[in-house]
Design a protein around this ligand. Structure first.
Ligand SMILES: [Mg+2]
Length: 151
């Protein structure tokens, strides 16, 4: 599965509660992440899920790796806009995101447009409202549907 960053995990144009930052995270200017991300990612990993970050931003893999490492969160792969452009050149696809090109079975994002692309190009999404304080439950419920698809 993959998670979007801006306004899904990292507050960008929207505001939502974030995880506590220790002095090191503050000094290094590490971006804030949504409250509950640490618990959720650890739990997903324990359940055997592979976790990717899939962002249309140009944050470098190194910066993203550093961010998640410093929060102590496991992430298997980071996909940014550059990686997307390289991969999708081969697939000749015009969607803003195309998770199947990276072997991703379900993508979590804040943009309804990504959900519409999913319907059009046949990939599964969970669309999160940035104001959803029960977002973890929303993700878990969405994944449950993924495990037992209703045809
Ligand atoms: Mg977003």
């Amino acid at each position: 599965m993959s998670f979007d960053l801006d306004d899904t995990i990292i507050p960008s144009s929207k505001i939502f509660p974030t995880e506590e930052q220790n002095w090191l995270l503050k000094i290094l200017g590490i971006e804030k992440i949504r409250k509950g991300t640490i618990t959720l990612f650890k739990k997903l990993r324990q359940q055997g899920h592979t976790i990717y970050i899939y962002t249309t931003s140009f944050r470098s893999s190194f910066k993203m790796l550093l961010t998640f490492r410093l929060y102590g969160i496991p992430v298997d792969r980071f996909i940014n806009q550059t990686h997307h452009n390289q991969q999708l050149r081969e697939h000749k696809n015009r969607t803003s995101k195309y998770p199947p090109a990276f072997g991703i079975s379900i993508h979590i994002d804040d943009l309804p447009g990504v959900g519409m692309e999913g319907e059009q190009y046949n990939f599964r999404t969970i669309i999160l409202d940035p104001e959803d304080i029960n977002w973890i439950e929303t993700v878990v419920l969405g994944l449950g549907k993924q495990m037992y698809p209703s045809v």
